[in-house]
Design a protein around this ligand. Sequence first.
Ligand code: KET
Length: 444
Amino acid sequence: MASMASRAAAVTITNAALDKPSHGSSVEPTSRISMAVAVDVSKFESVTMAPPDPILGVSEAFKADSSPLKLNLGVGAYRTEELQPYVLDVVKKAEKLMLESGEFKEYLPIEGLAAFNKATAELLLGADNPVIKQGRIATVQGLSGTGSLRLGAAFIQRYLPGVKVLISSPTWGNHKNILNDSGVPWSEYRYFDPTTVGLDFSGMIEDIKNATDGSIILLHGCAHNPTGIDPTAEQWGTIADVIEEKSHLPFFDVAYQGFASGSLDNDASSVRQFVARGLELFVAQSYSKNLGLYAERIGAINAVVSSSDVANRIKSQLKRLARPMYSNPPVHGARIVANVVGDPSLFDEWRSEMQLMAGRIKGVRQSLYDALSSVDENGKDWSFILKQIGMFSFTGLNKNQSDNMTDKWHVYMTKDGRISLAGLSLAKCEYLADAIIDSYYNVK
Ligand code: KET
């Protein structure tokens, strides 16, 4: 504050000197006067403080906590049993190869690295999928899952203006932000049933049926975030029936391929089932979680459509949207993915590391369930935790209870009751169970 005041004073003196007309000066008096105003009153006084992000803000709060007990179960990021960030061995190998071959750093084309786009479409649909041979897929490299969804939303805003996107209730919170900022209207379909702590399948089907024909239905390809509850293969079939009947456009968000079952192929089966029926659809992909490339921002937006001609035109328009937003995407993560997916031995190694990560999460899931069941004197059935899949558990804790988890127990989590099991170790399961039992029974 003191330095601000003296700066303002100095400017005032300058202005006094400038009261006399001063010909030949390169600085016009008016600009000096506006400088004084700029120091005292910002042009941005009306800018209010934005609230912290409900997910990434949790990591910021975690960092600021000095308690040795603290546990970050907020963001969905995989940690080792020692709760350290993890770089996959296969990623390190791919990076070593890249360094040795002395890759360039020139701009990529707007649509991204060709080898990546090929690899990502093949990973999604299966390399021998006829859609790929027929050229009925437009793939554009995006800035991870978020950027790819954003590009897809920008395309919807431009080419399907006013068409509503239906999102699950609940969903990953950023879906709403992405659609809002893209100017795309949305509403929700029922998904989670708190009484059964399972899927509200009839509600979901009814809401998709009741939507205006030709709506867009945003679906989590696997490992639904935040609930950890996916439709069965048969239920996916029924969802596809209704979507087809109503001429809706499915838009899949595939951010956890490999993390639901541990198998990259199984986890793409929902999308593949829809594609096999001949439906047109959009798919956003992310390599943040399954290859641990969070900060590399690597993913893709894919449009599977009825002809290669339409695919080419869509791709050209996606490029046109990307160019003024970020010009062209970053290359490093794209090369890692292309190398890992494109090399049979690296790909095998990835698959086993993927199973290792998914397996560790299943282990802590079981151990948390065991701990809760043994600590809980009221005998509540906690088995829903075992039924949920993927990185998260949706505990059913409300906002006050979640606040108690953080304020009293230093357990950082999102306020919707979601915990990331990827950030939990076996050693911390009992502590977490104590925190959950206290919050569940002692806070309303
Ligand atoms: N879709 C879903 C469903 C999702 O959970 C995430 C990330 C993304 C897309 C995008 O991830 P990206 O890193 O842009 O590829 N979710 C975790 C991180 C976040 O909120 O950004 C999370 O839910 O914790």
